[in-house]
Write a protein that binds this ligand. Structure first.
Ligand code: NAD
Ligand code: GLY
Length: 321
């Protein structure tokens, strides 16, 4: 099992990456001495695949586990009403200030669960059990929690670090290909913003990565988490450096918002954003000539979109003028 640390003084925590580790979460959870009542937040898709393993593991260690499912599955449900629903369920089942909750799912579940944890009784502990590539390499690490508002994505939220990120790479075996590729957009992001060698690795090992070669998966998830942990440890609250992680997201979020979160997956919108932001940077003289084309080619080679309709771009401009 690979272990990475996010160094944030008393809020430091570990990221554990391994194969078949979901069923060992109970054993790990026990070490934290939380209250006996706990809750697992998930959605029916992910819970149907992995919920039983997690619940059984926690119950076998003596925990009283409630499950809270967010029935509709999708970005448009990462909102205040579903966060309120989670908070209501936590109150009903009687979690106390020493309880912890667990998020089992992709970035939607992770973000909304973290947000609920940060506000329940002024903040209780939570753990991330990410099951999409995007959540494993990005959203589960770093403590950005939140929900969307109709006026903008992730506009309501907190910085609130999890106590543990527990990544079972085997969960990627059931992830739809389109979702896997969307996660690759965030992986490519790290190659562009931080590590040229990693960028080259993504180019040369593309076929093995797309075939879900376990060694390659462990490498891309591990390296992405190392980079994210490094950035977050230096600038937790995005006062400077951390903004680098938003590469592709300014345009990406605008595209998601004007298309009602339905046309593109988050990672796909970020892929388009990365291409446009690289081209803009090159045309302004910040990025070396030819680099934007290299970035676009790599994104394209993973089957991700590299442009959006003019109509969508016009709507983005109109909204933010
Ligand atoms: P998602 O959470 O919507 O999950 C994608 C789909 O995959 C869902 O339908 C889900 O049910 C399904 N799924 C999840 N795991 C599965 C598995 N193992 N097998 C089969 N199906 C599975 O999408 P996402 O891409 O994981 O997350 C996107 C969200 O993450 C966005 O809301 C975005 O804003 C957020 N995000 C947050 C941060 C952060 O720092 N907090 C960073 C990046 C993105
Ligand atoms: N995904 C951007 C960040 O965590 O800062």
């Amino acid at each position: 099992m690979k272990e990475i640390r996010v160094e944030l003084d008393e809020r430091s925590y570990g990221i554990s990456i391994g194969s078949g580790i979901l069923e060992r979460i109970g054993e790990k959870f026990r070490k934290y001495e939380f209250s006996p009542k706990t809750a697992l937040v998930s959605n029916p898709t992910v819970f149907g695949l992995y919920g039983e393993a997690v619940v059984n593991s926690l119950r076998s260690e003596g925990y009283d586990v409630s499950t809270i499912l967010i029935p509709p599955d999708g970005e448009e449900y990462k909102d205040f009403l579903w966060a309120y629903h989670i908070l209501s369920e936590l109150l009903k089942v009687g979690l106390d200030r020493k309880s912890a909750i667990l998020a089992l799912g992709g970035g939607v579940i992770g973000d909304i669960t973290g947000f609920a944890a940060s506000t329940y009784m002024r903040g209780i502990a939570y753990m991330q059990l990410p099951t999409t590539l995007l959540a494993q390499v990005d959203s589960s690490v770093g403590g950005k929690t939140g929900v969307n508002h109709y006026l903008g994505k992730n506009m309501i939220g907190t910085f609130y670090q999890p106590r543990l990120v527990w990544i079972d790479v085997d969960t990627l075996k059931t992830l739809p290909k389109k979702e896997f590729l969307a996660g690759m957009a965030e992986v490519i992001k790290y190659g562009v913003i931080w590590d040229g060698e990693f960028f080259d690795y993504l180019r040369t090992e593309r076929e093995r990565i797309l075939a879900l070669d376990p060694e390659c998966l462990a490498h891309i998830i591990g390296r992405s988490c190392e980079i994210k942990a490094d950035v977050v440890s230096r600038d937790e609250r995005e006062e400077g450096l951390r903004a680098i992680l938003n590469y592709g997201h300014t345009i990406g979020h605008a595209i998601e918002t004007v298309t009602g979160y339905r046309r593109y997956l988050h990672g796909e919108a970020v892929a388009i954003g990365m291409v446009y932001e690289a081209e803009l940077s090159e045309s302004l003289g910040f990025l070396e000539k030819g680099k934007a084309a290299e970035i676009k080619d790599l994104i394209d080679s993973y089957g991700l979109p590299v442009s959006a309709d003019l109509l969508i771009l016009r709507r983005c401009l109109r909204q933010w003028r």
